[in-house]
Write a protein that binds this ligand. Structure first.
Ligand code: NAD
Length: 397
């Protein structure tokens, strides 16, 4: 059992290690935030696909610790191996299991490729054996690639604009330099591959599998997440390759909504969430500079929300039993309303025009972004003694 002092190994948007104590602390603070908003015993069974980090992890915490929900989590995380630490999502999940078992809450996790038939089969077996039926399916998987379960083809997603090259200010995550990046447009094949990875097909396969096995409870809800963002990010996000995949997800969700209505009187929803610092969002060009502005601007306005705040809103205001979600004209839940109000977007546009390396700290909080990013991996978390050797090889159960 190796104990070691763990220093962050982070380059750009890639971190190759994580701190179990920091991830534990992050988990406990999300649990505390949730409990402070009150706990109801709703008898929910919740399946979260993509349950170990970001929005999926916060969904799991909000459901378990806000509603005493039994949760089954599916994710793809690396356990420790010799001197190599486990990944952050692995340690988050270890801490989640510890906290759940302390209060006698059912929690199980399946660590494997959620795109695969094998992991789906194991999930269905676990539900049948332990839970009965699922009331809420959260689909929050974000991945750079997908091995298609039928063809075996590995599809890789790209983050590119469509049709023509696009230039924008961006930030070099290693040096903190504000530069102008030019991104070439995606080829047709790249767009198709991105839709294969981040579009709706896998969500539909999950819903179909649960329906076929008769594992959705009456009035069950399936929810997945999307992002739209301000005009500033449209060329690279909503009108780019990832946006094409999200539009495919949106169309799929409308179709799944009908299927769930017919089968169990249930619904499928797409929730448009606000931009937050996660492993997935930090990898998108332009977005880290945008986030470095968004956080201080929303904090100044008193409207900043972390993923756990957003997910508490989702569960408490839209998905709680007996509640009918408030939807926009396109049948979407909008948790991004505070991000997209004109005072926020206008202020960001104003700063975006002016920002350059020399005035970075005047218009953006890049140090804050960096720290938030490090915290995702359990570093720079308050209350953790980083000089102390720590056990890295922790069991998930
Ligand atoms: P994230 O990187 O923090 O989480 C991704 C999750 O997917 C992790 O639990 C990971 O283990 C899991 N995963 C990856 N590959 C997997 C596989 N093959 N099998 C099983 N699990 C796998 O990402 P996130 O930012 O929380 O994104 C989740 C969803 O939220 C995405 O749909 C994203 O578009 C959406 N969203 C994100 C933001 C944002 O700003 N981060 C904003 C709005 C919507």
């Amino acid at each position: 059992m190796p104990e070691q002092v763990i220093q962050p190994r982070i380059r750009g948007f890639i971190a190759t290690n994580a701190h179990p104590g920091g991830c534990r602390q992050n988990t406990l603070s999300q649990i505390a935030t949730t409990q402070a908003r009150g706990v109801t015993d709703a008898g929910l069974n919740v399946l979260v696909v993509g349950a170990s980090t970001g929005y999926g992890f916060s969904s799991r915490v909000a459901a378990a610790f806000g509603f005493n929900a039994k949760t089954l989590g599916v994710f793809f995380e690396r356990p420790a191996d010799g001197d190599r630490t486990a990944s952050a999502g692995y340690y988050n999940s270890v801490a989640f299991h510890e906290a759940a078992s302390k209060v006698g809450l059912y929690a199980k996790s399946i660590n494997g490729d959620g795109f695969s038939d094998a992991v789906k089969a194991e999930t269905l077996d676990t539900i049948q054996r332990d839970m009965g039926k699922i009331d809420v399916l959260v689909y929050s998987l974000a991945a750079p690639r997908r091995t298609h379960p039928k063809t075996g083809i590995v599809h890789s997603s790209v983050l590119k604009p469509l049709d023509e090259a696009y230039s924008s200010k961006t930030i070099d995550l290693s040096t903190g330099e504000v530069t102008v990046a030019t991104m070439d447009p995606a080829t047709g094949a790249e767009v198709a591959d991105t839709i294969q990875v981040m579009g709706g097909e896998d969500f539909a396969i999950w819903v179909d599998a649960l329906l076929q096995a008769d594992l959705f409870a009456e009035n069950a809800r399936a929810v997945t997440y999307s992002y739209i963002g301000p005009a500033l990010t449209h060329a690279i996000y909503y009108n780019g390759t990832i946006g094409q995949a999200k539009q495919h997800m949106e169309a799929t969700t409308r179709h799944l909504d009908k299927r769930l209505q017919e089968a169990v009187g249930g619904n499928a929803y797409l929730s448009v969430n606000k931009a937050v610092v996660t492993q997935a969002s930090a990898a998108i060009p332009v977005v880290p500079l945008y986030l470095s502005m968004l956080y201080p601007v929303m904090r100044e306005a008193g409207t900043h929300e972390a993923p756990i705040d957003q997910m508490n809103r989702l569960f408490r205001e839209h998905l709680a039993p007996g509640m009918t979600p408030t939807l926009d004209d396109e049948h979407r839940i909008r948790l991004d309303n505070l991000e997209l109000t004109p005072p926020i977007t206008n202020e960001i546009n104003r700063r975006w025009e002016k920002i350059e390396t020399a005035n970075l700290s005047e218009y953006a909080d890049f140090a804050g972004f960096r720290s938030e990013f490090r915290q995702l991996f359990g570093f720079e978390v308050e209350g953790v003694d980083y000089t102390k050797p720590t056990e890295t090889d922790l069991p998930l159960k």
